[in-house]
Design a protein around this ligand. Structure first.
Ligand code: ADP
Ligand code: MG
Length: 626
């Protein structure tokens, strides 16, 4: 094979430019990335070797070996993992394959200082080598194959590929260190970096002897972190392990390490991130927990291990009972795995319950990151859904902070027997919904459901603590029965006589025939003239809209009820006019305009914008001339 030059994918070039010229202070993370890759490569081969033991027969002890050559100014990182073929090298080290890194390149701003902080947040994997090296060579030989391949690059736009030699399988990375990075040619510095960032790596990371001190040295503890006793693990070690398994670079919000013994045995080391991972709301709803069997990595793509609503968790589960040669098919409906799953769910929810109780402020932060995901469990998990509902937090009209249902119930007014809510997709729009006016006037709290998932769980859960949920945009508000803040149940606003409302309502019904289900006098409005509500038996306005948007609901749109506010000046004037003069074109126009207005407030499009603007213009003109 003759040498061939390949261009880096444009995104890689952009990335390398930043990496190479960066002033990023924590340059030592390149070693974390490379050792982490070696460890992954060994994990993958160990798994392959379960069915093809011949792959590792000649060299069964997995390890990573670091060698310093001060004269040549090189540091090499060699592993006997799975290795790469020529094509794999070209694909993996020439493009941005991992989603975290491609996300990084999307977020690049061109502002060096800002972009640097992003490196820490996303991690740039293999390419971080160019932070410390101005020339990088990779020699790799895939397990089971004879030919090795050489990759080399100065990190400036292109890389070269040629045939290489390697005695056995694995990958060797040679870094020609920049002058500014010569500290990484010192054994003491390397020792320190490995201790800090890679102690949790489950295979030995060995520093080969230099002339000065004559012996090879294993730098890390080299046992899987989750198998060690909790008391021997420092928070820093947990965090580093979290970075390694989770491929996220914040600190864990919650670390959950436990060993379950008994009829089935397994360990879990789970983390709840502090920041929401960027792919949290991807439609695949994929989890990334790693499944190990007796310390052998099996897969990080196992739907059976955890439910989608816990997909924000990172970490590992290691089972003692699953067979090592477990196949993907065997994982489906596997009774052992099902027990692990159910134990894991209970453990995680249990820990969240503790946090919710003991550390409300921190729990509220967790909730704003992951609540919308966790709430999927309220309707998906028939066994644990109610427990999630109990710790769930919601926005409400009560105050800026989130509230639990228990706290809401504690604040319910005398005579209030239901939990009121309003749902929609925009929190701010919800807060100013006209349907809330009467509730605000009486000081009755309303929960604001602004996550799409709320409409779904509301379909399954009908009550909490014996109180049913009621949408303030559906049915009668029931406000009459509730004592207001000053203890009165009577309306105090000046209303018009009901006889006058009757003729207006009759005229509106006629004018809006076929456009609304009914026209009624409202008890829930105080400031706005009109609003739309759903009839008792009909679907909640927001739910119907959402199901339509998701094509889950094909039926004809339900007709709404238009409510008129008898305390509003405009309605009073219209009512007086209706009583005195009867039907007129002006009243008909007013009815149509007010209906359009009510739709606009709901965020609906105006049915006939041309007719709407004409009526509006006519009305304004007559208003000005009158
Ligand atoms: P990531 O590890 O997140 O996938 P990297 O940039 O660190 O991203 O590595 C890119 C890919 O290159 C890896 O996914 C892997 O396929 C391959 N790779 C890197 N280092 C090694 C190695 N030492 N042995 C085998 N494959 C490797
Ligand atoms: Mg990597």
């Amino acid at each position: 094979m003759t040498e061939k030059t390949h261009e880096f994918q444009a995104e890689v070039s952009k990335l390398l430019d930043i990496v190479a010229h960066s002033l990023y202070s924590e340059k030592e993370i390149f070693l974390r990335e490379l050792v982490s890759n070696s460890s992954d490569a060994c994990d993958r081969l160990r798994y392959e070797a379960l069915t093809k033991p011949e792959l590792i027969k000649d060299d069964p002890e997995f390890k990573v070996v670091l060698t310093i050559d001060k004269k040549a100014k090189t540091l090499t990182i060699a592993d006997n993992g799975i290795g790469m073929t020529e094509q794999e090298i070209i694909d993996n080290l020439g493009t941005i394959a991992r989603s975290g890194t491609s996300r990084f390149s999307e977020e690049l701003t061109g502002d060096a200082a800002k972009d640097m902080t992003l490196i820490g947040q996303f991690g740039v994997g293999f390419y971080s080598s160019f932070m410390v090296a101005d020339n990088v060579t990779v020699t790799s030989r895939k397990a089971g194959e004879e030919q090795a391949t050489n990759w080399s690059s100065k990190g400036e736009g292109s890389f070269d590929i040629e045939a290489g030699t390697r005695e056995t399988r694995g990958t060797t990375i040679t870094l020609h260190m920049r002058k500014e990075a010569k500290e990484f040619l010192e054994p003491a510095r390397i020792r320190n970096v490995i201790k800090t960032y890679a102690d949790h790596i489950a295979l030995p990371v060995i520093l080969t002897a230099t002339e000065e001190d004559g012996e090879d040295e294993t730098l890390n503890t080299a046992s899987a972190l989750w198998t060690r006793p909790k008391s021997e693990i420092t928070p820093e070690q947990y965090t580093e392990f979290y970075h390694h398994v989770g491929e996220v670079y914040d600190s864990p919000w919650l670390t959950l390490h436990s060993k379950v013994e008994g009829r089935i045995e397994y360990s879990m080391l789970l983390f709840v991130p502090e920041q929401p991972p960027f792919d949290l709301f991807n439609s695949e709803r994929k989890s990334r927990l790693k499944l190990y069997v007796k310390r052998v990595f099996i897969t990080d793509d196992c739907e059976e291990l955890i439910p989608a609503y816990l997909r924000f968790l990172r970490g590992v589960v290691d089972s003692e009972d699953l067979p090592l040669n477990v196949s993907r098919e065997m994982l489906q409906n596997n009774p052992v795995l099902m027990k692990i799953r159910s134990g894991l769910i209970k453990k995680v929810i249990g820990e969240l319950e503790k946090k919710a109780k003991k550390d409300t402020e921190s729990f509220a932060k967790f909730w704003s990151n992951f609540g919308a995901v966790l709430k999927e469990g309220i309707y998906e998990d028939t066994e644990n859904g109610e427990r999630i509902l109990k710790i769930a937090l919601f926005n409400s009209t009560h105050e800026e902070n989130l509230t639990s249902l228990a706290d809401y119930v504690g604040r319910m007014k005398d005579g209030q027997d239901v939990i009121y809510y309003i749902s929609g997709d925009d929190l701010d729009a919800l807060k100013s919904s006209p349907q809330l006016e009467g509730f605000a006037a009486k000081g009755v709290e309303v929960l604001l459901f602004s996550d799409a998932v709320d409409s779904f769980w509301l379909n399954r859960i009908t009550e909490y603590d014996g109180k049913s949920f009621q949408s303030v945009t559906r049915g009668t508000a029931g406000l009459e029965k509730i004592a207001g803040d000053n203890g009165e149940t009577e309306e105090t606003e000046s209303k018009i006589e009901s006889g006058e409302m009757d003729s207006l309502i009759a005229l509106f019904k006629q004018a809006l025939d076929g456009k609304v289900k009914d026209v009624k006098e409202s008890t829930r409005l105080t400031a706005s003239p009109v609003c739309l509500v759903a009839d008792d038996g009909d679907m909640d306005i927001h739910l119907e809209k959402m199901l339509k948007a998701h094509k889950q609901f094909g039926g004809a749109e339900s007709m709404r009820i238009l409510e008129l506010n008898p305390t509003h000046t405009l309605i009073k004037k219209l009512a007086a006019n209706a009583k005195a003069k009867g039907a007129s074109e002006a009243l008909e126009d007013a009815a149509l305009l007010l209906l359009d207005q009510a739709h606009i407030v709901e965020g609906d499009p105006v049915a006939d914008p041309v007719a709407f603007s004409k009526r509006m213009a006519d009305f304004m003109a007559s208003g000005l001339s009158g």
